[in-house]
Design a protein around this ligand. Structure first.
Ligand code: NAP
Length: 453
C-alpha cells in the first residue's frame, strides 16, 4: 500500500513499529522524526551507562534506517519546527512515540519551594531521576546541570529499576565503570563524592517492589558497596520467605528470586565495604528539612497494608541525608495540539488510537512501564491495529507526504540531521572516546552539529 508515515520519537517503541510497518506496508514511505540530532531515545538517554550490551539493540534499529523507504529526520522538534497539524495534513499516518522522561513530582512537605523556571525544587540536593539519569548519560537537555553530591548520604525514593540503576552507578568505582559511556563530568563528581550511605526507600514491601532480579543481583557484585536491609525495628529480618498468591507464574518466579536476593543481603555485614546500600521498605516520605538552602534530612512514616490499602502509621523515621533523588516514575512531554491526559501524563488514547490517522505507541501511550522488549510487544499490537484500521478504511486520497514537509523545513531554515549525518556524529563520538570507554557523547546539540559542518 502506498502511504506516508511519520513516527515522532525514535526510541525503541518508534523503531520497533517502523520495522513492522515497513515490512507490512511494502510501498510506504516512513520518516522517523526526533527533536535531537541523535536517534534511539531512552537507549541513549536512560539505559545505564554501564549496561552497554543492552544498547546493542541499536544495531537492529540501524538496519531499519538502511531501508530505502525509511528516513531519519533529526533535530526537528514537533511543536517548534513543525506543528502537529502540519504533520497530520501531510502524512497519511502520524504515530507518536515520544516516550516519557519528565519526572513525576514528589509532593511532600518542604518541597513546595520550586524554581520558577525549571520547576525543580529550589532547595539544593534534590533531584528527579529523569534529570539525574539523563545527566550521567550526557543528554543535551541537562548540559550545565551539576547535582550536589558533596555529602555522605543519598536517599533514593522508589522501588523500581531506575532506583537500582542510580544506586549502582553511585556505588561503582571508576575501575568498574570502565567500558561504559558515562558522562566524564558525572564520573569525576561521583569519584570525588564521599558517599557512605545510599538508601533505597520503598513505600511498600520487598514482594511488591518492581525490581527485576538481574538488576537486583548486580548489587551483590560491587567492589566498594555492600547491599543491606535497613531495619528500623531491630527485628532480625524483614524479608518474607514466600511471594504468596496474586501473581502469575512468571511474575511470581521473578519476585521470589528478588526475595532470595534480599534475604542474602540481610546477612551482609555493615562494615563489609566502605559504601553501604540500605534497602528500607514500608516507609513513605513525608517531609524534608533544609539548612542554608540545602537538604539536611528526610522524614518517613512507616507504612502498612490495611484491607489492601497502604496506610501510614504514627511511627516516624528521620534520616540525615545530603542528596535526595526521587525515582517514582515519569510523565510524557506535552506537544501542542496533541490530546493529552494531565492526570496520567500520557497522550490521550484508546488502545493506541488518538484520532483519525493518528496513533501512539510505547511509554507515551501506556505510561513508563516495562523493559525494552515490552515495547516490541506493544509495537506488534499497534501494527495489527493500524493494518486492521487501514483494511476497514483504506487511504483513498493520499496526503502530500514528505516532499511538502521537506519544503516546509527548508523554508524555515531547519538543519535536518539525516541518517548519514547521524552516522558522522556516531563515528565522531566513538573516535573521541578515551581508551577505556566505548564512546564519548557530545554534550550539546551545537557540538553534534559542528561535526557536520
Ligand atoms: P517503577 O518500576 O514504576 O517504580 C516506581 C517506584 O516508585 C515504585 O516503587 C512506586 O511505588 C514508587 N512510587 C511512586 N510514587 C511514589 C510516591 N509518591 N512515594 C513513594 N514511592 C513512590 O518505575 P521506574 O523505576 O521509574 O522504571 C520505569 C520502567 O523502566 C520500569 O518498567 C522499569 O523496569 C524500566 N527500567 C528497566 C531497567 C532495566 O531493565 N535495566 C532499568 C531502568 C528502568 P508503588 O509500587 O508503591 O507505586
Amino acid at each position: 500500500m502506498n502511504c506516508s508515515i511519520a513516527i515522532v520519537g525514535t526510541g525503541p517503541a518508534g523503531f520497533y513499529l517502523a520495522d513492522l510497518l515497513t515490512k507490512k506496508l511494502e510501498h510506504c514511505q516512513l520518516d522517523l522524526i526526533d527533536r535531537l540530532p541523535t536517534p534511539f531515545g531512552l537507549i541513549r538517554a536512560a539505559v545505564a551507562p554501564d549496561h552497554i550490551p543492552t544498547k546493542n539493540i541499536t544495531r537492529q534499529f540501524e538496519r531499519v534506517l538502511q531501508r530505502d523507504n525509511v528516513r531519519f529526520l533529526g533535530n526537528i522538534e514537533v511543536g517548534r519546527d513543525i506543528s502537529y497539524d502540519e504533520l497530520k495534513a501531510n502524512y497519511d499516518l502520524v504515530i507518536l512515540a515520544t516516550g516519557a522522561i519528565k519526572d513525576r513530582e514528589l509532593t511532600i512537605e518542604g518541597l513546595e519551594l520550586q524554581d520558577s523556571e525549571t520547576g525543580n525544587s529550589a532547595i539544593e540536593g534534590i533531584y528527579g531521576s529523569g534529570q539525574f539519569v539523563t545527566w550521567y548519560n550526557t543528554h543535551p537537555d541537562h548540559h550545565g546541570f551539576t547535582p550536589k553530591l558533596n555529602g555522605r548520604a543519598v536517599a533514593i525514593i522508589g522501588n523500581g529499576n531506575v532506583a537500582l540503576d542510580i544506586a549502582r552507578i553511585l556505588g561503582k568505582t571508576p575501575e568498574e565503570m570502565k567500558g561504559s559511556d558515562i558522562n566524564p563530568q558525572a564520573q569525576r563528581l561521583i569519584e570525588k563524592a564521599n558517599i557512605e550511605d545510599i538508601y533505597i526507600i520503598g513505600r511498600r514491601g520487598p514482594i511488591e517492589a518492581s525490581f527485576t532480579p538481574f538488576e537486583l543481583e548486580e548489587l551483590s557484585q560491587l567492589n566498594r558497596c555492600v547491599p543491606l536491609i535497613y531495619n528500623s525495628d531491630g527485628e532480625s529480618s524483614t524479608i518474607p520467605q514466600q511471594v504468596g498468591d496474586g501473581y502469575d507464574t512468571r511474575e511470581s518466579k521473578s519476585r521470589q528470586k528478588n526475595l532470595e536476593l534480599l534475604q542474602s543481603y540481610s546477612e551482609n555485614q555493615v562494615d563489609d565495604k566502605p559504601v553501604r546500600l540500605h534497602f528500607l521498605f514500608w516507609h513513605s516520605p513525608i517531609k524534608i528539612a533544609a539548612e542554608n538552602g540545602h537538604i539536611t534530612s528526610l522524614s518517613l512514616k512507616k507504612t502498612q497494608l490495611k484491607d489492601n490499602h497502604l496506610i501510614e502509621t504514627d511511627q516516624t523515621l528521620t534520616l540525615t541525608v545530603d542528596t535526595l533523588i526521587s525515582a517514582i516514575g515519569y510523565r510524557s512531554t506535552e506537544i501542542s495540539g496533541v490530546p493529552f491526559d494531565q492526570q496520567t501524563g500520557r497522550v490521550t488514547n484508546q488502545a493506541g488510537r488518538v484520532e483519525d490517522g493518528v496513533y501512539c505507541v510505547g511509554w507515551c501511550k501506556r505510561g513508563p512501564q516495562g523493559v525494552i522488549p515490552s515495547n516490541r510487544a506493544d509495537a506488534i499490537e499497534m501494527a495489527k491495529t493500524i493494518i486492521a484500521d487501514l483494511e476497514i478504511s483504506p487511504i483513498t486520497q493520499p496526503k502530500p507526504g514528505r516532499e511538502t514537509i521537506d519544503q516546509l523545513l527548508t523554508r524555515r531554515n531547519i538543519r535536518v540531521v539525516t541518517t548519514e549525518d547521524w552516522h558522522k556524529i556516531d563515528q565522531a563520538e566513538i573516535n573521541r572516546a578515551p581508551v577505556d570507554k566505548v564512546r564519548e557523547k557530545f554534550a550539546t546539540i551545537e557540538q553534534m552539529l559542528a561535526v557536520l559542518d
